[in-house]
Design a protein around this ligand. Structure first.
Ligand code: NAD
Ligand code: ZN
Length: 446
């Protein structure tokens, strides 16, 4: 099953894998690219997005919710109740056993087509699994990215129930589940790993050594995701208590919070007093990155985006400066840093123009942190980049970091700007993401 890998062109022509790939998979055929607008070509094209790929060995097994019911006219009427359980509960025990409960889900079903709201069988938790009644599911640009892959590149399985940011209430426990109780309000830790290897032992399931070989895929990125009324979580350790945190306002912390948090933590030692951090792309992830930087560091935070409204959002949530993302920004950042450059650049876009800006503004010993799923050539070497500068390509975050991110929200240090959509409005949420008109994150409430 898929283990997400990031793939970048090496500038010579052959793609270079930057992440884990499962045995038997390779990077060939995956080239550079990204969902994002570059400055020269502002058209944001689903079809043109390329570059990030997950290798799937056995995708069919993961799609447990693929049983689509027949046409609406052939289905039992649900007019008298809105509960997906109500119909079955009114029937005789024998009839109840025969009839599958149904639920709504937002699925990607056809390569190149928008996601669709469908009715599918409500999944039952197997041994060790937990079923959640979903309270909120976040919309990420990575979803748009995978829906922009060609048939040859797409290996997440179809139909795919979307949603790798999820929150819910524990609704049913499979045999042998401990540590959670029916009714608990929880957030889903998405980058599922094996739980046994060295990196998982440190809570870094995002870098699991065995996930690919064992067919473990994140929900919404191979396994059925959270954009449904119910969802199966494969192990209770992938649930983090939300407590009193509002699930709708906080669900996106599971990715749009956790990913920038992990990226920033890796550069914290560089961001002391007098330092400067640059955030490129202040959408879902980037606007939380600005807040994390303000909460954890004394750095001056400079936001870059191609969209004035996103720059305004960045300033509203704490950026000291906001500039349009073009070559003029380089001089402005150099001037603001007294010529020294920034100690860290967090690029949530990663197309060639943003990589070039990042490389032009990092200072000596600076970090260029590539979080967006685009790719491009990064110049490295004593004569090509500032002395002792580093390039990192982090992926998602660890389990313990998700606890920390939720704790930052609990003390009011970070929050996600959210626009709420119903499950039926899910396709519209992706349209708004596509056209760049969301403020912060879209959240689907089934
Ligand atoms: P988003 O659409 O909410 O935000 C992207 C922002 O980038 C928007 O504000 C957009 O206006 C801006 N932008 C586009 N082109 C730009 C340019 N040339 N210069 C500056 N800004 C530009 O997307 P998101 O959900 O926040 O995701 C951001 C990226 O992070 C995506 O590529 C996504 O796939 C990726 N991602 C990576 C990880 C990881 O683990 N590495 C995890 C989640 C998401
Ligand atoms: Zn995501």
């Amino acid at each position: 099953m898929p283990q997400l890998v990031q793939v970048a062109a090496d500038g010579i022509g052959a793609p270079t894998c930057l992440g884990l790939i499962p045995p038997g998979a390779d990077c060939q055929g995956v080239a550079e690219g990204g969902h994002a607008r570059d400055v020269a070509d502002p058209a944001l094209s689903f079809a043109s997005t390329r570059g990030w790929i997950a290798a799937a060995a056995d995708r069919q097994e993961a799609v447990v919710d693929s049983a689509i019911l027949g046409p609406r006219s052939q289905r039992p009427s649900r007019k008298t109740s809105s509960s997906p359980y109500a119909l079955a509960d009114r029937r005789s025990p024998a009839g109840r056993a025969d009839r599958k409960r149904i639920m709504k889900a937002l699925q990607y079903r056809t390569i190149g087509a928008p996601p669709e709201v469908v009715e599918i069988e409500t999944p039952e938790p197997g041994p060790g699994q937990v079923r959640l009644k979903i309270t909120a599911a976040g919309v990420c640009h990575s979803d748009a990215f995978i829906m922009g892959l060609t048939e040859e590149q797409y290996i997440y399985g179809l139909p795919l129930t979307l949603g790798h940011e999820g929150a819910g209430v524990v609704d049913k426990l499979g045999d042998g589940v401990h540590g959670v109780a029916i009714g608990d309000s929880v957030a889903v830790y998405g980058p599922w790993g094996c739980g046994r290897c060295y990196t998982c032992a440190q809570g870094k399931e995002n870098y699991c050594e065995n996930a690919a070989a064992e067919g473990i895929a994140p929900p919404g990125l191979g396994a059925p995701g959270s954009m449904a009324e119910y969802m199966i979580v494969n192990d209770s350790r992938h649930l983090v208590p939300l407590g009193d945190l509002d699930p709708v306002e906080n669900v996106s912390l599971t990715d749009a919070g956790l990913t920038p948090y992990h990226a920033i933590k890796g550069s914290l030692t560089k961001l002391g007093p007098g330092s400067t951090a640059v955030v490129i792309g202040t959408g879902g992830l980037g606007h939380v990155a600005v807040q994390i930087l303000r909460a954890l560091t004394p750095a001056t935070v400079i936001a870059l985006d191609v969209n004035d409204e996103k720059l305004q959002l960045a300033k509203d949530v704490g950026a000291h400066h906001g500039f349009l993302s073009n070559s003029d920004a380089i001089d402005k950042i150099r001037a603001l840093t007294g010529g020294k450059g920034a100690q860290a650049v967090f690029d949530f876009v990663v197309v060639q123009p943003t990589i070039d800006i990042g490389q032009s503004v990092i200072g000596v010993e600076g970090d260029l942190v590539l979080v967006g799923v685009g790719a491009g050539a990064v110049k490295a070497g004593v004569l090509a980049s500032p002395y002792d500068s580093s390039v990192r390509a982090p992926y998602w975050g660890s389990r313990s970091e998700l606890f920390e991110v939720l704790d930052l929200a609990r003390v009011g240090a970070i929050h996600v700007e959210t626009e709420v959509f119903s499950l039926n409005e899910g396709p519209k949420a992706y349209e708004k993401l596509h056209e760049g008109s969301l403020r912060g994150r879209a959240v689907i409430v089934p």
